[in-house]
Write a protein that binds this ligand. Structure first.
Ligand SMILES: NC(=O)c1ccc[n+]([C@@H]2O[C@H](COP(=O)([O-])OP(=O)(O)OC[C@H]3O[C@@H](n4cnc5c(N)ncnc54)[C@H](O)[C@@H]3O)[C@@H](O)[C@H]2O)c1
Length: 261
């Protein structure tokens, strides 16, 4: 099966690094024009330059998805430069490694603003154009922590659970207009997001306990490895293609078998 995205415009939010950047690379290789959006504007522009394409095919743009105004400005810049987005991926997120009782309203707000308000802002901005044109593919990243719970990630997991409910509900509303929405739910994946959390854990528990913990973690994955950004990029690109036109409102765990919800 060959995935062809020729003539499509893909907007990937949170794409300066990690799963978002791997997806941008994959979609560009499949022929899409690609906008790389990120709160780190310089990194977004540098990432867009690393993609194979010129200024009519790739764009780097700064956005803070927690702000509706910023999201609207991003979509209007992408539309002006590359065309209206046919494909939108929301990969941006923040993580907080804290027990619920050690956290407070400021922590909850910071995570929920990005991880739940972010997708709300993006969907509300891009859906009117997609439904009018009768075509759209939206993929939001959640997390298996939302599907089965995870200690020390409670409010992040709550935000991601909200994303799952949002996508399933909106998929029912806009399906007749040719728009599909799906969720990819990763297990542990080797990206900057995870590396930062792992470095903190290693510092807190020391090298020896960290090595034994790593072995234990791997035993929880039937595939005996943690994920790579490319594992998700392949699934997201498939969901963005016309091969997946009959898949909507689904949550697909890409997780080496870690949980089988
Ligand atoms: N890596 C994992 O183990 C893992 C596990 C489960 C779920 N996920 C989910 O997968 C997605 C991608 O994760 P990743 O590991 O590639 O993360 P990452 O941290 O490597 O990349 C996320 C990107 O989002 C950007 N970002 C953060 N806040 C933003 C904002 N307000 N506006 C715009 N951009 C913003 C960051 O600058 C960064 O470039 C996330 O939604 C994450 O929750 C990842």
């Amino acid at each position: 099966m060959q995935i062809e995205l020729d003539g499509k415009v893909a907007l990937i939010v949170g794409a300066a690094q990690g799963i978002g950047f791997a997806t941008a690379t994959e979609m560009r290789a499949s022929g899409a024009k690609v906008a790389v959006a990120d709160i780190n504007g310089d990194a977004a522009m540098a990432a867009a330059e690393r993609l194979n394409g010129d200024a009519t095919e790739t764009l780097g743009v700064r956005v803070d998805i927690s702000s509706l105004e910023s999201v609207e400005a991003m979509v209007s810049e992408v539309t002006k430069t590359l065309g209206a987005p046919d494909i939108v991926v929301v990969s941006a997120a923040l993580l907080d490694d804290k027990t619920f009782l050690d956290s407070g309203p400021k922590d909850w707000r910071r995570i929920i603003d990005v991880c739940l308000y972010g997708p709300l802002n993006v969907l509300h901005t891009v859906l009117p154009g997609m439904t009018e044109r009768g075509y759209g593919r939206i993929i939001c990243m959640a997390s298996d922590s939302a599907r089965v719970g995870q200690a020390r990630l409670s409010y992040y997991a709550a935000a991601k659970g909200g994303v799952i409910a949002l996508i399933k509900s909106v998929a029912q509303e806009v399906g007749p207009e040719g728009v599909t929405l799906n969720v990819v739910s990763p297990g542990a994946t080797d990206t900057e997001l995870r590396q930062a959390r792992e470095a903190q854990t290693k510092e807190a528990i020391g090298d020896e306990r960290y090595a034994s913990r790593t072995k234990k973690v791997l035993r929880m994955y039937p595939a005996r490895r943690i994920g790579l950004p490319q594992d998700h990029a392949s699934m997201i690109t498939y969901l963005a293609s016309d091969h997946a036109s009959w898949i909507t409102g689904q949550v697909i765990s890409v997780n080496g078998g870690f949980v089988m919800p």
